[in-house]
Ligand binder design. Structure first.
Ligand SMILES: [Zn+2]
Length: 442
């Protein structure tokens, strides 16, 4: 089976070039050839051809929380959004904090994931002994919650933290928010506003101070123990100072991720969207938003991900205490970032660095994340200047809502290829297709 993707603007490794891509048996066999003799042609004229997005931070809620989302529905949303690989987080039920739970999750994905998959292993106060037995070539790394978030996986004992940073030989991805500071802020807000303070106070409770204190602690521990640390969803301007502009992601020990929600929204949007955009860490001020956007270009931020974390709309009612934290995003992350390209925030080449190349480099993903001969044909084809509006009926996430409903995007994902298969085309996901387990070299 020889497939030709013809006539697109190919965005890869810092360049935009017009050309063709030949795919044979799921693998890119040539780029920019003058070729004949193929079985199928995909016309990409007027489109941009990108490596499929690698989302290093999602919560597909399976097993155990499948009223909100599951691997089947969320991987379909991923496919429709141009996302061909994802790393799912361990705060499901049971938590992915034992080797058995990890194996069980792989078994689920083999049945029902429509794009490529892997899973973070979760650190707890007492499971560092199991790190040495982890199948390193099958997982991106270990996830650590240094601050309580959804799922009650908080590691709060100093000794346990030290042990984790010392023992972890894989990338350690940390959610950083200081629980003591949050609890103090929450108590103050409650005394002024009652038991469920209004949601626009969320960023004052989960404050800049809480983020900075915890991120600083993580960076200090990583320096002390030589840990490969990736700080998840940086949300404040202050935290950016902890990261140096890095040129070599393989050699760099300390990196940062920012999430689409923190780039696209500011806390002022609570006015319009209420608790729909309540996430942890909180979406902060327009100044933070502006400076996070700036840091995309100078290398202090290495990865853009979603922290796709669906809840039922009914669970998003209430204020700072009652409304759940987290929102769906994976189906619209690429088009949202392309909107920032149109706004002049970053180039499309830089977008590809942050969403495709860098997650592959940072976690040692094998043969994905680039459009290169011999690599898996994970490809997103997007069309500019094709306005469309997000409505409920186009949402594939199980929760059935999006903070972007009513928003008009100018870019459209027209096709997603996963291992050479058109898993999304003509507005439809091919739900008969099952993605592959991602391989890593750490
Ligand atoms: Zn998360």
């Amino acid at each position: 089976m020889r497939l030709l993707i013809q006539g697109g603007h190919i965005v890869n490794e810092g360049r935009v070039q017009d050309g063709d891509i030949v795919v044979e048996d799921g693998i890119i066999s040539a780029i920019s050839p003058h070729t004949s003799d193929f079985d199928e042609v995909i016309d990409a004229t007027g489109c941009y051809v990108l490596p499929g997005i690698i989302d290093d931070h999602v919560h597909f809620r399976e097993p155990g929380l499948t009223d909100k989302a599951d691997i089947d529905t969320e991987s379909q949303a991923a496919a429709a959004g141009g996302v061909t690989s994802y790393f799912d987080m361990p705060n499901c039920n049971p938590q992915t904090t034992t080797l058995k739970a990890l194996e069980d999750k792989f078994a689920l994905a083999r049945q029902k994931s429509h794009v490529n998959y892997s899973f973070f292993y979760g650190a707890t106060n007492d499971n560092a002994d199991s790190f040495a037995q982890l199948p390193a070539s099958r997982i991106p790394g270990i996830k650590l919650f240094m601050g309580s978030s959804t799922g009650n996986m908080l590691v709060d004992k100093q000794q346990a933290l030290e042990r984790i940073f010392k023992t972890c030989k894989l990338p350690l991805m940390a959610h950083c928010e200081d629980t003591d500071i949050i609890n103090r802020n929450l108590a103050e807000a409650k005394s002024a506003w009652g038991d469920d303070p209004p949601v626009n106070l969320h960023a004052m409770i989960r404050s800049e101070e809480a983020c900075l204190a915890s991120s600083r602690k993580a960076v200090e521990l990583a320096k002390q123990y030589g840990t490969r640390l990736h700080v998840a969803h940086v949300s404040t301007a202050e935290e950016l100072e902890l990261f140096t502009a890095c040129r070599d992601l393989v050699a760099t020990k300390i990196t940062a991720e920012v999430c689409v929600g923190h780039l696209f929204f500011s806390q002022l949007d609570h006015e319009r969207l209420g608790a729909k955009i309540k996430v942890n860490p909180a979406i902060k001020t327009p100044v933070d938003q502006f400076l996070l956007r700036e840091a995309l270009n100078d290398g202090r931020i290495s990865v853009v991900a979603t922290d796709h974390a669906p809840h039922l709309l009914s669970q998003k009612e209430g204020g700072c205490v009652r409304a759940a934290s987290g929102m769906p995003m994976i189906q619209f992350s690429l088009v949202t970032m392309l909107e920032l390209v149109d706004a002049g925030v970053l180039t499309i080449q830089r977008l590809v660095e942050l969403m495709c190349h860098n997650p592959a480099r940072l976690f040692g993903v094998q043969q994905r994340g680039f459009l290169r001969q011999g690599y898996h044909a994970d490809i997103a084809i997007v069309r500019p200047k094709s306005p469309w509006t997000v409505t409920k009926d186009c949402i594939l996430s199980k929760c059935g809502w999006s903070p972007l409903e009513g928003h008009t995007f100018n870019w459209q994902v027209v096709r997603t290829l996963c291992n050479g298969r058109s898993v999304y085309a003509d507005g439809k996901v091919d739900s008969t297709y099952i993605g592959e387990e991602i391989a890593f070299r750490h």
